[in-house]
Design a protein around this ligand. Structure first.
Ligand code: FE
Ligand code: FE
Ligand code: MG
Length: 165
């Protein structure tokens, strides 16, 4: 016997569309995790240690976001069996390939990624506001992290441009 979940009945947005957007977020968080993780492995140059520590911290937080989104997709009856090769197919943000070992370039590429994530989550949050409190609350927490990520990277980049041109 299938029990109709109240948790799904209270949502006042189109659930198919919501699951589609969460699937996009799922793909983007895995890409963000990978981009940070890879950058942390290969970064060289100016203040390498500082940059790598920040990249690793952010990588772990992106993985945490992927976990939160996965939990919500499952609660909503969606599917999370995406192949890594499909990340770009479902992506909302372009994956900024790690092309350089230069720590400053890596920071700049990651800032672009954060800015895309901030725009995406901000618009999703505005859409969900008062219509799906549980997802909105989760997106709000993720957005707060992305805003902090952008700030942290920009601060490091500014510090480096003062000390180490
Ligand atoms: Fe994230
Ligand atoms: Fe982030
Ligand atoms: Mg940070």
């Amino acid at each position: 016997m299938a029990i109709k979940l109240m948790a799904r009945q209270i949502i006042e947005v189109d659930q198919k569309d919501l699951l589609k957007k969460l699937t996009t977020a799922f793909a983007d968080e895995w890409s963000a995790y990978y981009q940070y993780w890879l950058g942390a492995q290969i970064a060289k140059g100016v203040m390498r240690g500082v940059v790598v520590a920040e990249l690793i911290e952010h990588a772990n937080e992106e993985l945490g976001h992927a976990q939160m989104i996965t939990n919500r997709i499952i609660q909503l009856g969606g599917t999370v069996t995406m192949l890594p090769s499909e990340w770009s197919k479902f992506a909302g943000c372009k994956y900024n390939a790690v092309k350089s070992e230069n720590s400053l370039t890596i920071l700049q590429e990651n800032i672009k990624g954060e800015q895309c994530a901030i725009k995406f989550y901000d618009s999703l949050l505005k859409e969900l506001h008062c219509k799906d409190f549980v997802t909105a609350n989760m997106i709000s927490k993720i957005l707060e992290d992305e805003v902090k990520h952008e700030q942290d990277l920009v601060t490091i980049l500014e510090d480096l441009s003062v000390c180490c041109k």
